[in-house]
Design a protein around this ligand. Structure first.
Ligand code: SF4
Length: 454
C-alpha cells in the first residue's frame, strides 16, 4: 500500500513514514509501579505482534519503575520501542525523555488546562499564552533532541484545553489548531522527530480532524507521520468495528503510519485485531464493492469472524470518508442472516448514520485504572443498551475520564476501592458509591431523560 509522502520519524529501531509499513502498537493497562506485571504484559503483547508499546507514567513516582522495566526488556534482548504516556506534568516528560524511545504528550494538558471554562483572550493574550507553552516545552524538546527521542503530540477531542475550545469550539478544526501550535513550536526549536494523532470517540470527528491536519501539513510543505486510532471505542464487535471504520477510512486513503486499536479488553486483543485490520486493508479492492442508491453492498467470503468485521468496517470507512452511503447490506454465506444484519447495524451506528442501541464510550484503561473496568462495562451494556439516543461513558480514571467522556450524555467512573461515581457531562453528580447504588442513580438519571427504548 502506498502511503502518501511523509517525513521519516525514528522511534528506536523503527522508522515511521514514507515507504515504511504500517506499525501496530498498543498500551499496557497494568500499574506501572508493578514492574513484574508490566514487563510480563509488555512481553505478551510483543509476542502477539506489537511493534511499539506505550506505558503510562502518571507521576514522577513511576519514572524509575519505567526505567527498570525497559532495562529488564533490553537485558532480555527485546528492542521493541517503548513509549511513555505523559499527561499534565512536563517534569515527568523531561525525566523519561532521557531513556524511552518516544514520549506521548497531550497538548491539551501539557501546560494549558481544561477546566471547562470559557476564557476570552485577546490576540496578544493568546500569543502570550502560546509563548508560555513554548517556554515550558523547550527544555523537554531539547532533551528529546539530545537523546534522539521522538515525540507524539496526541490530541484528544475530550481533553482540548480551555484556550483552544474557547476560540475554536470543541471541533475537528480546534483539534487541528492544537496540533499546528505544536508544529510551530517544534519548528522554532528545530525539532522534527514527531508523530501526530487526533483522536475522538466519534469516528466522524476523528476522520475529519485527521484528514484536515493532513491537508494543512501538506499545504505547509511537510507531513509528519500520523498515528491513527478511535479512542474510547469500548469492546467486542462495537469497539472493533468502530476502530476499523475510522482507521480503515484513513489508511485506505493513504493517510496514517501507525495504528492503535483501543479496546476495553486485554491489550493482546488489540494487537490481534489490528493485525487483521492491516491484512484486510492490504487486500482491499474497491471494485469488489458497490454503492447503489446510497446503499453500500459488501459481499464477503471471510470465514474468520474478526477478519470479516475488519474487512466490512474498513470498507465502510473507505466509502464513509466521502459520505456516499446511508445504508449497508452485508452478505456472507459463512455467517447467519442475523449476524450480517447486526454487523450492518453496528457499522451504521459507528458512522452515526442510524442509531439502533445505546452508544457506549469506554476507555481501554491504563496504569491509572484502579478497578475492574471490563466487568463494569459489561454490566452497563447488559443493563442499559436499549436507548438508541443515549451515549454512556465508562471511564478508567477520574484524572482524564470526565473530559474524555464529554461526548457522552451520562457516565460512570470507578476508583481505587471499587466504588463508582456517576457523571453528567463533565460534572460528578453522585458520591463514590458501591456499584449497585451507583447503577441505581444511573438508571434514575436515564429514566428522567424519557428516551425511546428499543
Ligand atoms: S481515561 Fe482511561 S485510558 Fe485515559 S488515562 Fe484514564 S484510565 Fe487511562
Amino acid at each position: 500500500m502506498n502511503i502518501k509522502h511523509t517525513h521519516i520519524t525514528k522511534i528506536g529501531p523503527i522508522e515511521l513514514g514514507e515507504g515504511s509499513p504500517i506499525v501496530i502498537q498498543t498500551m499496557t493497562n497494568t500499574n506501572t509501579s508493578d514492574i513484574h506485571a508490566t514487563v510480563e504484559q509488555t512481553k505478551r503483547v510483543i509476542e502477539a505482534g506489537a511493534e511499539m508499546v506505550r506505558i503510562t507514567v502518571p507521576t514522577l513516582k513511576e519514572v524509575e519503575p519505567l526505567r527498570e522495566i525497559i532495562n529488564i526488556l533490553r537485558a532480555e534482548g527485546i528492542k521493541t520501542p517503548i513509549i511513555a504516556d505523559v499527561h499534565y506534568l512536563p517534569e515527568v516528560a523531561e525525566a523519561v525523555a532521557v531513556f524511552v524511545d518516544k514520549v506521548r504528550i497531550n497538548p491539551g494538558n501539557f501546560v494549558d488546562k481544561r477546566e471547562f471554562k470559557t476564557i476570552e483572550l485577546s490576540d496578544s493574550e493568546y500569543q502570550e499564552s502560546l509563548e508560555k507553552m513554548a517556554q515550558k516545552a523547550q527544555p523537554f524538546i531539547e532533551i528529546c533532541k539530545k537523546h534522539n527521542t521522538a515525540i507524539r503530540v496526541g490530541v484528544n477531542q475530550g481533553s482540548l484545553c480551555d484556550r483552544i475550545v474557547s476560540r475554536y469550539g470543541n471541533t475537528p478544526e480546534a483539534m487541528v489548531h492544537s496540533a499546528l501550535e505544536w508544529i510551530d513550536l517544534c519548528e522554532r526549536f528545530e525539532f522534527t522527530n514527531l508523530v501526530f494523532s487526533l483522536k475522538s470517540s466519534n469516528v466522524n470527528t476523528m476522520i475529519r480532524a485527521t484528514r484536515l491536519l493532513y491537508e494543512m501539513m501538506n499545504h505547509r510543505g511537510f507531513n509528519f507521520p500520523i498515528h491513527l486510532g478511535v479512542t474510547e471505542a469500548a469492546d467486542g464487535m462495537e469497539g472493533r468495528v468502530k476502530s476499523a471504520i475510522g482507521i480503515g477510512a484513513l489508511l485506505l486513503h493513504q493517510i496514517g503510519n501507525t495504528i492503535r486499536v483501543s479496546l476495553t479488553e486485554d491489550p493482546q486483543n488489540e494487537i490481534l485485531f489490528a493485525k487483521k485490520l492491516v491484512q484486510a486493508i492490504s487486500l482491499f479492492e474497491v471494485t469488489h464493492y458497490t454503492v447503489q442508491d446510497q446503499t453500500l453492498l459488501i459481499t464477503s467470503d471471510q470465514k474468520d469472524k474478526e477478519s470479516w468485521w475488519a474487512e466490512c468496517g474498513a470498507v465502510a470507512g473507505y466509502f464513509h470518508y466521502d459520505q456516499v452511503f446511508r445504508d449497508v447490506i452485508i452478505q456472507n454465506k459463512n455467517f447467519s442472516k442475523k449476524e450480517c444484519t447486526d454487523l450492518a447495524n453496528t457499522i451504521l451506528q459507528g458512522c452515526r448514520i442510524k442509531l439502533s442501541k445505546t452508544e457506549i464510550i469506554a476507555c481501554p484503561s491504563c496504569g491509572r485504572t484502579q478497578y475492574d473496568i471490563q466487568k463494569v462495562l459489561s454490566l452497563v451494556k447488559e443493563r442499559f443498551s436499549q436507548y438508541p439516543n443515549l451515549k454512556i461513558g465508562v471511564m478508567g480514571c477520574v484524572v482524564n475520564g470526565p473530559g474524555e467522556m464529554a461526548d457522552a450524555d451520562i457516565g460512570i467512573i470507578g476508583s481505587a476501592n471499587g466504588k463508582m461515581a456517576v457523571y453528567k457531562g463533565t460534572q460528578r453528580i453522585s458520591p463514590f458509591l458501591a456499584i449497585d447504588d451507583a447503577f441505581q442513580i444511573l438508571e434514575n438519571e436515564i429514566k428522567k431523560l424519557n428516551l425511546k427504548q428499543i
